[in-house]
Design a binder for this molecule. Structure first.
Ligand SMILES: [Zn+2]
Length: 895
């Protein structure tokens, strides 16, 4: 069923008084937010003439639309399009000359004057135009690989308007017919299968692609260039899909052969998704494209999913993080083919219907296909990361009202993805997996190839679970208000029974100006000891206080207040209860150990416990054999190491803590990957070596990394760097230590090599190594490099993330950013706006740093889309850090 909000009342009005021209809306009806619904697109025909070697492209867009009220104009979107001709064809086939007026050029709102008032009817609007190939990775943009240019698209969220005029909002789902006229020696690809190829004059050919399923503009995709196209295994037909589906890999010339690994994984991902949703992959083919430069990680365009190249180009000895990252991101994007592409959010305030679901589903698929990847623990860690951001007063809600384009662009954050996924997982755990699945299947069936809202989703789940308003309100309490619930528990014996007293408020860290007085409908699930093993009890806590019966528990029982770590809440416990739980840590499930670690971190950030107590409480986790658990304390440790230690003795105590926690395991793993070792070992080696070598700076670890870094820098006979001389998992850390130890000579060598290296993993390692430059002169050179053409736009942030752990380093980053602000904005464009304040002032920990950030952006934030939210969040995080730092007694480290 296709759901669109049609203005029925308006149609009636138009019919009754449409003849009176006075009813014609004047141009003063310019939309401030969504476009009006009285002009509804029904289908598009898009034709582009693109040569990636040129600076501009030309296009013709014909839109069939239904005018549902009398009007002499319609409202649409378009940005930076030079329109030469507008032709309106009315229902009788008569043509009229129209006019294209840029009403709000910055927002991309345009008015098409129809050449006179038209009554409600079907119209066709044809617009001919020229536009630049975008240089900032938006719309139809240009990139190059080894000197050869390519053109490709990134439309989400609101960049389709750079590529073609249209109704650039997600609820306008229509079919698209696409023709590409391109140089004869190039390859064109699009969402659907190519139907034919025709000559189009000397040196040109025209490709015609099959009509798409109904899509919103943000999912239209195509690419032109000398691409390699390689076939993957066909995705066999299934119970839910009658025909086999063709699968291909697309990559820059010469790179196609490196896609076989990911193509080999893809059919099993599709199978897992079809089995879950009971709904077959609905598009006519599937291409995965490795983009030479890309603003996001990947984009779920139906039939033509695009990725940053390093996510798809893998070799036998690729680092484990790339192999895993490739699988996880592929699973995420393919999950979108159902949630996002088949069922699309109605408006950007429900972006979570796309992103939270893809994140949550990806974890499910990964758990099924690669259980050793421990996606269950990734989910918990992702949720905990989101809780840190969600503790800010300036955080977003999952369903944040959209008040402008900036809100659309900043909606792609940890709240939408990780908090959203965690909230889904929590309610899934509460109603049970099979019931939740039944609800999801109903939701997909009911809204397939159309749009949906949060209400639709919650109704489907509530129906499957046979739950009423309490459940729906509980679900909505997590979507429509910001923040993290803080659940406090205390065991008691009452009337011969063991009960758990619960209370809730909003979790707020020390120094927060927020109001703790918030209520959620929290599905609280606790694990507790009985004489008969541990049990789980659940209760929907939707008042400030509550009591939960724990059948079988005794006065001696321990309680873990977040069973399976699946609740999106933080907890604190009565002291005696905590002591009993503390003795159980090693016996709890891995996810519960992570929940315990979060409780310690939460208490520390509230100022309830000092640094020494926090490290003592976290220490048992470091003994875990599970990577995700043993490394969980690193963040809290890192903060204490950077912000609290003052004297040599305090620093030495911290170094000893880190060394005893992690060095034996690193030595046991060794510094080179062993043949056939589990990839978890490779990842652990990389994490431990980076932490001990670059954060804690243990000499013995640095010496090992330096050996490998030097071997790379020594180079091969032809003068190029010898990347194979280091373990691929340690490459970035090894180059980082080399840069710190050798300074200029190492920086020179890496900078000289960068323009000659096209392999994305090698490029990333060079960038990571350079970002570690800590000598003032060399660090400044590295920052300057980020503005150089040899660095891709999508690579800039990697170079600028260094030097955040000392005041002097942050001051230097700040000074450079202020000096080069205009150049940074010119290179990154508006989509990076929300990230700009963090790029410049991230990691700050004093009021002075918060003040200078505010002062600088006071007049500028409004000019860069999304910067206002980024500014508020970075300022608040800086002030909170400052407050927590002021509370610390460094002597506590030694106690
Ligand atoms: Zn996504």
């Amino acid at each position: 069923m296709r759901r669109l909000v049609r203005p029925l009342v308006l149609s009636v009005l138009a019919a009754s008084c449409g003849a009176a021209l006075a009813a014609t809306p004047a141009a003063s009806d310019q939309p401030q937010g969504k476009l009006p619904r009285w002009a509804m697109p029904e289908s598009y025909q898009l034709a582009f003439k693109v040569d990636p070697k040129q600076q501009d492209f030309t296009g013709t867009t014909s839109i069939k639309l239904k005018l549902e009220q009398a009007s002499d104009h319609i409202w649409m979107h378009g940005r930076e399009l030079k329109v030469s001709k507008v032709t309106i064809t009315d229902a009788k086939g008569k043509t009229h000359a129209g006019k294209y007026v840029e009403a709000a050029p910055k927002e991309g709102v345009v008015r098409i004057d129809l050449g006179g008032t038209m009554q409600p009817q079907e119209l066709s609007v044809a617009i001919e135009y020229t536009a630049p190939l975008n240089q900032q990775l938006q719309g139809l943009y240009k990139v190059s690989h080894e000197g050869q240019p390519y053109a490709m698209t990134q439309m989400e969220p609101i960049s389709a308007r750079f590529a073609f005029p249209g109704f650039d909002e997600p609820s306008f789902k229509t079919t698209f017919d696409l023709k590409l006229t391109i140089p004869t020696d190039e390859v064109g690809i699009a969402n659907t299968k190519q139907l034919k190829e025709e000559k189009a004059g000397a040196g040109w050919k025209t490709l015609t692609f099959a009509t798409t399923q109904p899509l919103p503009t943000y999912l239209v995709a195509f690419g032109v260039g000398p691409w390699d196209v390689v076939n993957g295994p066909t995705i066999p037909a299934s119970e839910y899909r009658k025909q086999a589906t063709d699968l291909r890999g697309i990559a820059a010339k010469g790179e196609g052969h490196r896609m076989q690994h990911v193509l080999g994984e893809t059919p099993s991902i599709i199978k897992a998704l079809e089995d879950y949703y009971g709904f077959g992959y609905p598009f006519d083919k599937l291409d995965l494209l490795a983009a030479p430069d890309f603003s996001a990680g990947a984009m779920e365009n139906p039939g033509l999913v695009t990725f940053r190249d390093w996510l798809l180009l893998l070799d036998k000895d690729s680092a484990a993080q790339y192999v895993r990252g490739s699988f996880n991101v592929t699973a995420h994007e393919l999950a979108h083919q159902w949630t996002g592409d088949t069922v699309t959010m109605g408006w950007w305030d429900d972006l979570w219907l796309n992103e939270a679901f893809a994140t949550w589903m990806q974890q499910k698929v990964t758990q099924k296909v690669h259980p050793e990847y421990r996606a269950d623990l990734d989910r918990v860690r992702g949720a905990q990361g989101a809780m840190n951001g969600d503790s800010l007063v300036s955080t977003r809600k999952i369903r944040q009202p959209i008040t402008g384009n900036g809100d659309i662009e900043t909606a792609f954050d940890g709240i939408t993805y990780q908090k959203g996924a965690a909230v889904l997982g929590m309610f899934e755990g509460y109603v049970t997996e099979p019931v939740f699945q039944k609800g999801m299947r109903g939701y997909i069936q009911e809204h397939k190839l159309g749009n949906a809202t949060a209400e639709d989703l919650i109704d489907s789940i509530a129906k499957a679970a046979d739950k009423g308003e309490d459940f729906k309100n509980a679900f909505k309490s997590f979507l429509n208000q910001p923040g993290v619930p803080y659940v406090q528990t205390k065991l008691a014996q009452e009337g011969g029974k063991t009960v758990l007293h619960l209370s809730q408020s909003r979790y707020l860290p020390l120094g927060s100006t927020g109001d703790a007085n918030h209520l959620w409908g929290v599905p609280v699930c606790v694990r507790y000891a009985t004489t008969d093993g541990s049990k789980v009890a659940c209760e929907l806590l939707d008042k400030a206080q509550g009591t939960m019966a724990l059948p079988g528990a005794t006065a001696q029982s321990w309680v873990m207040p977040n069973a399976n770590g699946s609740g999106y809440y933080r907890f604190s416990m009565d002291k005696g209860d905590l002591a009993k739980l503390g003795k159980q840590i090693g016996k709890l499930a891995d996810a519960e150990q992570l929940a315990y670690g979060d409780a310690v971190n939460a208490a520390f950030r509230r100022g309830d416990i000092d640094a020494g107590s926090a490290l003592a409480a976290l220490k048992p986790l470091t003994a875990s054999k599970v990577r995700e658990v043993s490394t969980a304390p690193m963040n809290t440790f890192g903060w204490i190491y950077d912000q609290v230690a003052v004297t040599d003795a305090q620093r030495a105590k911290l170094v000893a803590w880190a060394k005893s926690s992690y060095l034996p395991e690193l030595q046991n793993l060794g510094y080179k990957r062993k043949d056939g070792e589990p990839d978890g070992d490779s990842l652990q080696r990389a994490t431990l070596a980076n932490f001990l070598g670059l954060d804690v700076k243990l000499p013995e670890v640095r010496a090992e990394l330096l050996k490998q870094g030097d071997a790379v820098l020594k180079g091969k006979a032809d003068g190029s760097l010898d990347f194979a001389a280091a373990d691929s998992n340690l490459l970035g850390s090894a180059l980082g230590v080399a840069v710190q130890e050798h300074g200029k000579s190492a920086v020179d060598a890496l900078m000289a090599q960068l323009p000659k290296v096209s392999d994305p993993a090698q490029r990333n390692a060079i960038l990571a190594g350079l970002a570690e430059a800590d000598d003032a002169t060399q660090a400044e050179r590295v920052r300057d490099l980020s503005l150089d053409k040899s660095v891709k736009v999508g690579e800039m942030a990697a170079l600028l993330r260094g030097n955040r752990d000392t005041q002097a380093g942050r001051d230097a980053v700040w000074k450079w950013s202020v000096t080069n602000y205009d150049k940074i904005v010119a290179r990154t464009g508006s989509f990076a706006g929300g990230r700009l304040p963090g790029l410049m002032g991230g990691g700050g920990c004093s009021k002075a740093e918060a003040d200078r950030l505010q002062e600088f952006f006071k007049t500028r934030a409004k000019d860069v889309t999304g910067a206002e939210r980024g500014l508020a969040q970075n300022t608040e995080a800086t002030l909170l850090c400052s407050a927590l730092k002021a509370k610390q007694d460094p002597a506590a480290i030694l106690r």
